[in-house]
Unconditional design. Structure first.
Length: 158
């Protein structure tokens, strides 16, 4: 089932039906959870990593290099960001209560576009491989969140 998510998005049951509106509110809340959660937790992790690097004696002018060369920090950042993207897709789907995967997809798409904008505008957007992985996984993870929010996903088979 999980590997059929792209085809499930297109199924009739996931379409916004006549008389039902696409919930912009659900998508905005999902995106705010994604971006706000990622930035908030990312900031806290950054503070702790900064303190750790100061204690280890890393000079302030070398901190950025130390952070971006740390596989552990990058992996943790990726996990945090993708977790909140999935949570944003989940929350958007729960709020929408219809076409859950489509609402989650839009959260993932907007998250990807926000990430691209950050990369373009940032003076140091991080390693290219990190950015490629993060941008590539944002939509599938958001849709996975939407899939987990679907009522049919939680029902037991009869």
């Amino acid at each position: 089932m999980l590997f059929n998510l792209p085809s499930q998005i297109l199924k009739e049951e996931n379409k916004v039906k006549a008389g039902e509106k696409f919930s912009v509110k659900a998508v905005v809340i999902g995106l705010l959870i994604d971006i706000g959660g990622t930035l908030g937790v990312g900031f806290l992790v950054g503070v702790f990593v900064g303190i750790y690097l100061i204690v280890k004696g890393v000079p302030p002018d070398r901190m950025e290099e130390a952070i971006y060369s740390s596989f552990g920090f990058l992996l943790l950042s990726l996990i945090i960001g993708l977790f909140f993207t999935g949570l944003g897709g989940y929350i958007a789907a729960k709020i929408a209560k219809t076409a859950e995967l489509k609402h989650a997809f839009v959260v993932g798409l907007l998250s990807t576009l926000t990430g691209m904008l950050y990369i373009v505008l940032s003076s140091n957007p991080g390693p290219p491989a990190y950015n490629i992985v993060a941008l590539t996984l944002a939509i599938p993870i958001a849709v996975l969140g939407g899939y987990l929010a679907k009522p049919s996903h939680t029902e037991s088979p009869k």
